[in-house]
Write a new protein. Sequence first.
Length: 125
Amino acid sequence: MSDLVRTLGLSASGMEAQAMRLRHVSENIANADTPGYHRKTVEFRTDSEGDVAVGPVRLDQSPLDQIYAPGNPLADETGHFEGSNVDLVIEIADAREAQRSYEANLKMFDQARQMAQGLLDLLRR
């Protein structure tokens, strides 16, 4: 029974980590047009028991897009200003991957719950 409870905990930590990842992907998409915005990335870590946790949030240090808009108040003397380094194609792919990983953890959680329920039903007889 303790293995089933442990599986529930592992699945829940995976779902929590993927939810946090999806949150940062959503922030990146929302700020894709924000001048000077750096894309946020997260790193997953596991503890000694195997639980998944989100590591520190890092800012992507790839160069920011240079946008030519001479009429923009943020433009320098050459007519350029810094956009963001968010690539919507990458963000959508990351969001799909996070969603699928979340669903896989949810299925594992549900399977472990059903097995634990079946075990409890057998013990009651």
